[in-house]
Design a binder for this molecule. Structure first.
Ligand SMILES: Nc1ncnc2c1ncn2[C@@H]1O[C@H](COP(=O)(O)OP(=O)(O)OP(=O)(O)O)[C@@H](O)[C@H]1O
Ligand SMILES: [Mg+2]
Length: 300
């Protein structure tokens, strides 16, 4: 079973649309899929699925210990189930880290071929950790500077989080903090040199950090493309991810803007069901196939 995470930093780029498209395509390919609305602050994956008022949601998991298998509800797309986010007044945005870690542990035991997590915007630790733990990592951007800026910030935060998590695992956090504080005297001028210093100090850290870094493999998706020349942006961002962030990445392709998408909502039918949203379906099918066959180089 594979856990997919769809994130990217900026709000409104199309993370929920892309999650839905991936889920729909995988289900149509014959696989059992569960979509999870992991946007605790603003869940709306149920609307993409054509479910107006979900009867159960993650609230039952967190508050009543209801098994996720029972919360997962069928959608009108065969083999695609949904674990809705909380649409009631309780604030699941303020869940503890322990609760969210528990959720992740339980997700791993779901009876499905693929579990797709639709993440919220921003760079909160839980979002970053969920993204880092997923087997398939998808970053959604839109062709505008603000979305791309936030995506780069997301990447930067992913990298810092990986560093912090590795140091914590080895109980080296305080020591590292001390080194960073005294970096001027030690002649350390940037993060790269800081990491190099830590590598010399602890071969164990060096080894574990390498392993962590290898786990981050970004599939970049460019959404809301309104004109042909914008499609180039996807390739450029993917190259920047590799060149400047030293993150393994593959470009999965772009999704064109569909001015009629809004008409699909509130209809009791899935937004991307067969016979509707033709260009979106076409683009998202191609992207799913690209992700499934993507090969990453061993070293970037
Ligand atoms: N390719 C597209 N064509 C037309 N409209 C789109 C497209 N992608 C997204 N939208 C619209 O843009 C808005 C944001 O999309 P969506 O909710 O999928 O983004 P998101 O990244 O999940 O947002 P959030 O950060 O709030 O969770 C929605 O109103 C959606 O209908
Ligand atoms: Mg969303």
């Amino acid at each position: 079973m594979h856990i997919w995470a769809v994130g990217g930093g900026k709000g409104g780029t199309g993370k929920s649309l892309v999650s839905n498209g991936l889920g729909t395509r995988l289900a149509e390919r014959g696989q059992q899929v569960i979509l999870v609305d992991a946007d605790y602050g603003g869940p709306n994956q149920h609307t993409y699925c054509g479910i107006r008022k979900p009867q159960t949601s993650l609230v039952q998991f967190f508050e009543e210990r209801m098994p996720l298998e029972e919360i997962a509800q069928p959608t009108k797309i065969e083999r695609l189930r949904l674990i809705p986010g909380n649409i009631n007044s309780h604030n699941t945005d303020n869940l503890t880290t322990t609760q969210k870690q528990k959720l992740f542990r339980h997700l791993k035991h779901l009876q499905a071929d693929h579990v797709i997590l639709d993440l919220g915007a921003g760079t909160g630790y839980d979002t970053l950790d969920t993204f880092l733990q997923a087997d398939v990592q998808v970053g959604v951007i839109a062709p505008d500077t603000l979305a791309i800026e936030n995506f780069y910030l997301f990447l930067k935060n992913l990298k810092y989080r990986q560093l912090g998590n590795t140091l914590s695992l080895l109980s080296l956090r305080d020591r590292a903090k001390g080194i960073w504080k005294n970096r001027a005297e030690l002649g350390i001028v940037n993060t790269k040199e800081f990491v190099a210093h830590l590598r010399v100090l602890s071969p164990e850290f060096s080894e574990l950090f390498n392993q962590e870094q290898k786990k981050l493999k970004m599939h970049v998706v460019l959404n809301q493309v309104r004109e042909h020349r914008q499609a180039e942006i996807g390739f450029a961002v993917k190259s920047a991810v590799v060149k400047f962030f030293h993150i393994t990445a593959a470009y999965a392709g772009h999704v064109r803007y569909d001015k009629d998408l809004w008409l699909q909502f509130g209809q009791d039918t899935p937004a991307l069901q067969r016979g509707s949203s033709f260009t979106l379906r076409q683009d998202l099918e191609r992207i799913t196939e690209e992700i499934l066959k993507a090969q990453f180089p061993e070293e970037t």
